[in-house]
Design a binder for this molecule. Structure first.
Ligand SMILES: O=C(CO)[C@H](O)[C@H](O)COP(=O)(O)O
Ligand SMILES: [Co+2]
Length: 224
C-alpha cells in the first residue's frame, strides 16, 4: 500500500500563556491541532530558556493521547533522550548543528521508541541534513532563527523545502517559524506537509478556522 503524505498542523505553544500550559494545549487540540509542538530551549544553543522534561511529563499526565513533538533547541540533545521518552514524548526533533554523532543520536531516539526529527537552522545547508534522511522520520526546516516566537518568516528557506520534496516525495517535511495564513501558501507550494505555527494560531480570534485554513491549503497542494 503506497504511503500518502498528510497535511498535519502542529501549533507551537511557545507564545501561549505558559502559566496555563495545559488549558492552552487542550484548547489547541479541541480546535483541531494534529499534534503539539513543544519548544525546548536550554539558553545555550539559543539565547532563550523555556522548559524541560518535568513540564512535559506534567502535561502528558493531563493529556494522555495527543502526539507530542519536542523541538530540541539544545546544545546536547543526546542528554535529554531518556528523560523526554520517559515524559511521554512521541517525536524527538533535534538540531544537528551541535551534534558530533548524529547517527548515534538518531539511533538512541528510536531505541527509546520515539520518532526522529532532524532540524536545521536557516544558515545550515540542506545537504547537511540530507545525509540523515534514511535514518530519520522527518526533517525540520527552520524559517526563523531559532529562539523566539513571533519572528518574520524567512521565505529564502523555501528552496530547501522544494529541494527535499523534489528528491524525497514521501518525506515528512516540517517548517517552523513565522508560519500563518499570510505565509502558508509558499510553504505548501514548496512542499512542506507538517506545519508548525505559534503566534498566528495562539493569537487567532478563531483558532479552529486558522488551523483548518492552514491544513486545507497544504492538503490541496499535496493533492495537486
Ligand atoms: O522553534 C520556534 C522558535 O525557535 C517556534 O516553534 C516558532 O517560532 C513558532 O512560533 P511562531 O509561529 O510564532 O514563529
Ligand atoms: Co519550534
Amino acid at each position: 500500500m503506497t504511503r500518502h503524505l498528510k497535511a498535519l498542523i502542529g501549533p507551537s505553544i511557545l507564545n501561549a500563556d505558559l502559566s496555563q500550559l495545559y488549558e492552552e494545549s487542550q484548547k489547541l487540540l479541541d480546535n483541531g491541532a494534529d499534534y503539539l509542538h513543544l519548544d525546548v530551549m536550554d539558553g545555550q544553543f539559543v539565547p532563550n530558556l523555556t522548559f524541560g522534561h518535568p513540564v512535559v511529563k506534567c502535561l502528558r499526565g493531563k493529556i494522555k493521547d495527543a502526539f507530542f513533538e519536542t523541538h530540541m533547541m539544545v546544545e546536547k540533545p543526546e542528554q535529554w533522550i531518556t528523560p523526554m521518552a520517559d515524559a511521554g514524548v512521541n517525536q524527538y526533533t533535534f538540531h544537528i548543528e551541535p551534534v558530533k554523532d548524529v547517527i548515534e543520536v538518531c539511533r538512541k531516539v528510536r531505541e527509546h521508541g520515539m520518532k526522529v526529527g532532524v532540524a536545521i537552522k536557516p544558515g545550515t545547508p540542506v545537504s547537511e541534513v540530507e545525509k540523515y534522511i534514511s535514518i530519520s522520520d522527518m526533517v525540520l526546516i527552520m524559517t526563523v532563527e531559532p529562539g523566539f516566537g513571533g519572528q518574520k518568516f524567512m521565505e529564502n528557506q523555501m528552496a530547501k523545502v522544494q529541494y527535499l520534496r523534489e528528491n524525497y516525495p514521501l518525506l515528512d517535511i516540517e517548517v517552523d517559524g513565522g508560519v500563518g495564513p499570510s505565509t502558508i501558501n509558499c510553504c505548501a507550494n514548496a512542499g512542506a506537509n507538517m506545519i508548525v505555527s505559534g503566534t498566528a494560531i495562539i493569537g487567532s480570534a478563531d483558532q479552529a478556522a486558522t488551523i483548518k485554513l492552514l491544513r486545507s491549503t497544504v492538503q490541496d497542494a499535496i493533492n495537486k
